[in-house]
Design a protein around this ligand. Sequence first.
Ligand code: ZN
Length: 223
Amino acid sequence: MMIDKDPNCAYCMEGDLVAKFGIKIRELAASKVYLFKEQSHLGRVIVASKFHVSEMVNLKPAQRRAFMDDVAAVAEALHRVFKPAKVNYGAYGDTGCHLHFHLVPKYRDDEFEWGGTFAMNPDRKYLTDAEYDELVAKISAALLIGNGDGLFEALQKLRSEIADDGRVDYNESSVLLEALKPFAADDQYIAKIVNELVKIREDGVVSPEESATIIALFDHIFA
Ligand SMILES: [Zn+2]
């Protein structure tokens, strides 16, 4: 059976219920992606269906394909950002009844649980807010750009993210910075945007002037 929302379900309600264990990274076509706060395995995330269903078999075939495409896209992003030796996948939820996958990067040089099953919550490693922000920005940027897209298409996606309200907010600025860094050496306008974004990260705020400068630089790229 497919119901709209369960008021007791973290993935349906988000807010405080998700904040107990996760931080929203972004939404994809068929899923919501969260950083798992317990970071014994660097880059561990959750990919939750947009539907409150318990089982894969409760989704219609097209919905299931879309969800698994999202799981693969997130795994691809984790491989690119963190270069783990293996990504482990776990879908349990005996009591939660909302389909979600844990994606857990594993590293050979980290002996913790290498070669074995990951614990649901080892409760041994939490990060600072700034460290969480950086991880969220890195994964979000990797998801935004995707693997097969060219730079121009990636930039168009970035530009459309900030086009809605005509200004850059702090979270967007972190994602932009992580997304654009690899391209800064090849393009003077991207290098200038990256410089602005580095200043914003240092200040912790985006001034209206900085926001306008970044948007103008984007317009140069698309001119
Ligand atoms: Zn739910």
